[in-house]
Design a protein around this ligand. Structure first.
Ligand SMILES: [Zn+2]
Length: 392
């Protein structure tokens, strides 16, 4: 008996997932790849064409005899709405089914204003972006939202988020879904950034860690190319790992000596204020670094070492191939990365660091909205979801 999967397991959704790599293929090629009967492939292609998920590719492919029509994924079939809500600012984007950004907008939007004012702004922003691009709500495939706190992914509800008063248990998917008329998926902001960075930067990598250094510190874990959320969705909360026994470093979580209380953007701003400089948050810290302020540069480097100290243990434990450093503070670039690398390479096991790449985010402040779109696309274009949509 052959161990190859039977050709019959390929429904229309599976056929679509072959074409989602962007390469156009003829009917004959798809017959060969799937082992399905030509008539079955034709039926499934017709169904995908009918739902506009694929389209005939521009040029017919000549293979000796008659020209054969090729089919390609139609990433313009629908649009995806992605939102990345941070502690103090928000970014929203409309993308196609390939995460290409069609329109976007950013705004200062403090999350502690509560769920309804924040989400009302989202609905308004999305509605305006769609209207300016002559898009209608029936073209929305789904909505992805990242929130700066723990989220129970299955229900999309925030769980005791420390910096989001009024959000605990708020039914974000239902509230947004009824106003935007599309399915809504919600996750922690660091998780969606990890998804975005993995998708756009290095989809071939199996194990990746995304570290966000912003107002707080957290990390998103991609394991076996999937997001690892943990039992309660709390995986990757490295900001509250204890790094010092100094009892004057009190964290907002109530504990003493947390990484976040020492090395986050708000902690650095606090240290700069104590030194008599003007710094309200992580953005001001970066401004000072860019202006060449020696104190700010020194603090950011030291923060890199403290974060590297925690990551060195994580490298030994998890053995990632890539560590991506993102968030506001990562805009200090090599100043942060130098400290992170220095400690990881000196403290982690040689086998774990042998091929380890430590780099800054390629998507920058778009990682969140791209990741929010990826979360939606992976859901709505999953083979079983496509099969169900076609059947019903
Ligand atoms: Zn803490």
């Amino acid at each position: 008996m052959s161990s190859e999967p039977s050709g019959a397991v390929y429904g229309a959704g599976a056929l679509l997932s072959i074409l989602r790599d962007g390469q156009a293929r003829t009917r004959a090629e798809l017959v060969q790849m799937t082992g399905l009967a030509r008539s079955t492939v034709s039926q499934r292609l017709d169904a995908l064409m009918h739902h506009r998920l694929i389209m005939p590719a521009g040029d017919a492919i000549f293979s000796g005899g008659r020209p054969a029509t090729a089919f390609a994924f139609n990433s313009g079939a629908r649009v995806v709405l992605g939102a990345d809500l941070g502690a103090t600012h928000a970014r929203v984007a409309v993308t196609d089914l390939g995460t290409e950004i069609i329109a976007e907008r950013t705004a200062d939007l403090p999350i502690d204003r509560g769920p309804e004012p924040t989400l009302s702004w989202l609905v308004e922003a999305f509605t305006e972006l769609l209207a300016t691009h002559d898009l209608t709500s029936d073209q929305i495939a789904g909505v992805g939202v990242g929130l700066p706190g723990p989220v129970e992914h299955s229900s999309g509800r925030p769980v005791n988020p420390p910096i989001m008063p009024g959000w605990d248990g708020f039914p974000v998917p239902e509230w947004l879904g009824s106003r935007l008329g599309a399915p809504v998926l919600v996750d922690n902001d660091v998780n969606i950034m990890a998804l975005g960075e993995h998708w756009a930067g290095q989809p071939e990598v199996d194990h990746l860690i995304f570290v966000k250094i912003g107002t707080g510190i957290g990390c998103g874990i991609v394991s076996e190319r999937r997001l690892h959320r943990g039992a309660q969705g709390a995986a990757g909360d490295i900001g509250h790992i204890r790094v010092t026994t100094a009892d004057d470093v009190v964290c907002r979580c109530g504990n003493i000596g947390c990484l976040e209380a020492l090395a986050s953007g708000s902690a650095l701003a606090g240290q700069l204020r104590a030194a008599g400089l003007r710094a309200e948050g992580s953005r001001d810290v970066i401004e000072l670094v860019r202006a060449g302020n020696v104190q700010a540069v020194r603090l950011v480097r030291q923060a890199g070492r403290e974060i590297g100290d925690v990551l060195a243990s994580i490298v030994n434990f998890f053995n990632p191939a890539v560590i991506v450093v993102g968030g506001d503070v990562s805009e200090a670039g090599e100043h942060v990365l130098a400290g992170v690398r220095e400690v990881i390479y000196s403290r982690s096991l040689p086998l774990a660091t042998h091929d380890l790449s430590i780099r800054s985010s390629r998507l920058g402040d778009r990682a969140g909205v791209v990741g929010a779109a990826v979360m939606v696309i992976e859901h709505v274009l999953a083979p079983h979801t496509v099969d169900r949509a076609i059947a019903g």
